[in-house]
Design a protein around this ligand. Structure first.
Ligand SMILES: [Zn+2]
Length: 325
């Protein structure tokens, strides 16, 4: 049927009609709230390139989480900023590491909250790479053993889901094996299955103090020019035991989200990264974009592309909006 019989505008006439035929919905259940946790007390330090995002000491993180849970947010993703770094990232898996302490404190106060922990080395190594360095390169297989230790230490502290973000080959399988051996077969893995080597991570590296001191991450993170490789990475992670797969960043890679959605029947997460956040914030600050509208549009686009879950620094802001509705 063609014009004038068919008129698409009929279904756009009023807000009620539009909401009746709306195809995609954003809910608070979709949101994962990332938090940076540092040592010390009474610290809530704003990150220069990420306005309204903070580094929290554990006591302050608990206050932030209380607010988030009151808004209905059900999941947090924790990144640790340790006091001590060394060549091999020891502080990533010690019993009293920053994340281990944070998970215990959070689970004690908020047992129902889903606590997801980032499993990587870059925040804990003096060189800032996501693995163990041997002969000037990140050694894949040596790194796997450390990642397994980190994941088990997080599970012991009470993490519900571990999220390896390192992009080493075989890490999901090694972590699954280590978790099962240690009695944590119930702990899920959300893998950064498709993580691009992206300049959109810039502000995060300031927040987590994790910029590499030499070279870059192109030898382990994916080339932004590749999409077929994303399918291979995701299918490997699923075969190795990933429960949830993730695409990172989100907005510049909506085609990849769509592709993975079509290809795999697994829960799919997308990470709206620090650079995406910073762009929206910066443009809004200059008065060039409407922050609230852009925020909504960017998140609904990620869902429309096929993501089930969105990790976003805007979690609290959008949760407030959704509650007002
Ligand atoms: Zn890393």
């Amino acid at each position: 049927m063609l014009f004038p019989e068919y008129r698409p505008r009929r279904l756009r006439r009023t807000e009620n009609i539009r909401s009746l035929v709306r195809e995609t919905h954003l809910t608070i259940d979709d949101l994962i709230y990332p938090l940076f946790i540092c040592e010390g007390k009474n610290i809530k330090q704003e990150i220069r390139s990420m306005p309204e995002v903070y580094r929290f000491s554990i006591d302050k993180a608990l206050e932030e989480i209380k607010e988030a849970t009151q808004l209905g947010i059900k999941a947090v993703l924790l990144f640790g900023i340790p006091n001590k770094k060394d060549e091999v990232g020891t502080s990533a898996y010690i019993e009293n590491g920053i994340i281990q302490k944070a998970v215990r404190a959070i689970k004690d106060k908020f047992p129902e909250l889903i606590v997801i922990t980032d499993v990587c080395l870059c925040e804990y190594t003096s060189h800032g790479h996501c693995g163990i360095i041997k002969n000037g390169e990140v050694d894949n297989d040596l790194t796997l053993e450390v990642l397994a230790k980190i994941a088990v230490s997080h599970a012991k502290a009470g993490a519900d889901i571990v999220a390896p973000s390192d992009m080493m080959d075989g890490r999901v399988g090694r972590i699954r094996e280590a978790l099962d051996e240690a009695g944590f077969s119930h702990v899920a893995i959300m893998s950064y299955a498709v993580k691009y080597c992206s300049a959109f991570y810039g502000p995060f590296r300031e927040a987590a103090e994790s910029a590499p001191k030499f070279g870059d991450r192109r030898s382990y993170q994916m080339d932004p020019a590749n999409s077929r490789e994303a399918l291979r990475e995701a299918s490997l992670d699923i075969e190795e035991g990933a429960d949830i797969i993730m695409v990172k960043p989100a907005m510049p890679y909506l085609d990849i989200i769509k592709m993975l959605r079509n290809e795999f029947n697994y829960p799919l997460a997308a990470y709206q990264v620090s650079g995406e956040y910073a762009m929206i914030k910066a443009a809004a600050k200059l008065g060039w974009l409407d922050e609230e509208k852009i925020l909504w549009e960017s998140l609904i686009s990620i869902k429309r592309a096929g993501a089930d879950l969105i990790i976003t620094y805007f979690a609290k802001k959008i949760a407030k909006k959704l509650n007002e509705k």
